[in-house]
Design a protein around this ligand. Structure first.
Ligand SMILES: Nc1ncnc2c1ncn2[C@@H]1O[C@H](COP(=O)(O)OP(=O)(O)OP(=O)(O)O)[C@@H](O)[C@H]1O
Ligand SMILES: [Mg+2]
Length: 375
């Protein structure tokens, strides 16, 4: 049982600042997922929690104790690395049991946990092999097994499933969730995979250039992104951001859309939004998820905006329809993605109408990307 408190942590390499000042609390038993673009500092933060990277300033506490000066081995943490870091001279079984043997755990307990991990991870036939005789995906599973057998207070995972094939990835994702439910251990997990982030997390932390852009439950981030960065980062395909201009001030707000039509949006200004951000004439971005747009005939009643079908991508159960909008076809350059029940029936080049679920829209300042309000 352990909570992790990161307090005003700074990371510098010489004059290069990676984390300017980061504070984050991870509750006991929480599954916290870190996401963000490549190079934003996710691995660096994990390595600082694990004790593998020095902390330039601030503190990391585990269970209320500052661990800045504690050795990695004294932190009761297990980390699964992006690059596995297996012991090359040991076979799989010895890799799995290494930490327990070093701790002097009883042989029967080691045996029990190693066979449990090997079974869960489907690596039983590989126990006698050395890492060099394993595929990337198999090595990744061994690295995961090494963490599982230790049953630490805190698990740190750095993209642990990135090298697995699609089917195994789905199985392992469920296995990690099961593991979390069974052990109630605190887990901090880095991924680039949207589905992993949404399905595993109690809390998602979106990092951008070393700072926290937003944190919240997956549902909060999906529904109420604080910035266009989060809106585009969480959810796949990303939220549509449609450039528009406010035709009248917020409260019964109306937007002028790219095709020239005007639409009332039931948006409520976010607390703290300045009046000038929500006045007539402001350039905004209307945020709508692909599933909150509906394609209908161009002359259907109650359409919100019109556009032209660009590409249809059938996915089996549904189709993604890429639509372009603008004042007329030749100037239709603004792309939109619509999630449509399979076989939407529209062909590329066809003019279509778009209906929206206005109760789900968000509105952003086109200048600084901050949310102005949500429906
Ligand atoms: N030893 C080092 N010296 C100097 N800069 C470093 C060092 N290690 C990492 N960095 C820099 O720190 C930044 C953050 O790196 P980090 O590995 O934490 O990114 P990340 O978010 O994990 O990215 P990815 O998604 O690609 O794994 C990068 O710009 C990287 O180049
Ligand atoms: Mg990384």
């Amino acid at each position: 049982m352990a909570n992790v408190a990161i307090n005003s942590v700074v990371k510098r390499y010489g004059s290069h600042v990676i984390l300017p000042n980061l504070s984050l609390d991870i509750e006991d038993g929480e599954f916290c997922v870190l996401v963000g673009p490549s190079g934003c500092g996710k691995s660096t933060l994990l390595r600082m929690i694990a004790g593998l990277e020095s902390i330039s300033d601030g503190t990391v506490s585990i269970d209320g104790h500052v661990v800045n000066d504690r050795l990695p081995s004294d932190r009761d943490i297990a980390m699964v690395f992006q690059d596995y870091a297996l012991y090359p001279h040991m076979n799989v079984k010895n890799n799995l049991s290494f930490a327990m043997r070093m701790r002097g755990d009883p042989a029967a307990e080691i045996e029990k946990r190693v066979s449990y991990a090997a079974k869960v991870l489907q690596i039983e036939p590989l126990l006698e092999r050395k890492p060099k005789a394993l595929s990337g995906g198999q090595r990744q599973r061994v690295a995961m097994g090494r963490a599982i057998v230790r049953e630490p207070k805190v698990f740190l995972f750095d993209e642990p499933l990135s090298n697995l094939d699609a089917k195994l990835r789905v199985e392992m994702r469920a296995e990690i969730k099961r593991l979390h439910q069974r052990l109630s251990a605190t887990m901090i997990y880095v991924t680039h995979d949207q589905v992993e982030a949404m399905t595993l997390a109690d809390k998602i932390v979106v990092l951008r250039a070393g700072h926290i852009e937003q944190l919240g439950t997956p549902a909060e981030l999906y529904r109420y992104p604080a910035t266009t960065f989060v809106a585009s980062f969480i959810g796949s395909p990303a939220m549509n951001l449609i450039p528009a201009r406010l035709a009248q001030a917020i409260v019964g707000l109306k937007a002028i859309l790219p095709d020239g039509s005007q639409s009332a949006l039931p948006v409520l200004a976010r607390p703290g939004v300045k009046a000038e951000q929500a006045k007539a004439g402001t350039d905004v971005l209307v945020g709508l998820r692909p599933e909150d747009l509906e394609l209908v005939a161009a002359d259907a009643p109650d359409i919100w905006m019109t556009g032209w079908v660009d590409v249809v991508e059938p996915l089996g159960a549904e189709a993604l329809v890429l639509v372009k909008t603008g004042p007329e076809q030749a100037q239709a350059t603004i792309p939109l993605t619509v999630r449509s029940p399979n076989d939407c029936g529209f062909r590329p080049g066809e003019r279509v109408g778009l209906r929206i679920d206005a109760s789900k829209c968000a509105l952003f300042d086109a200048g600084d990307g901050q949310a102005i309000g949500y429906a």
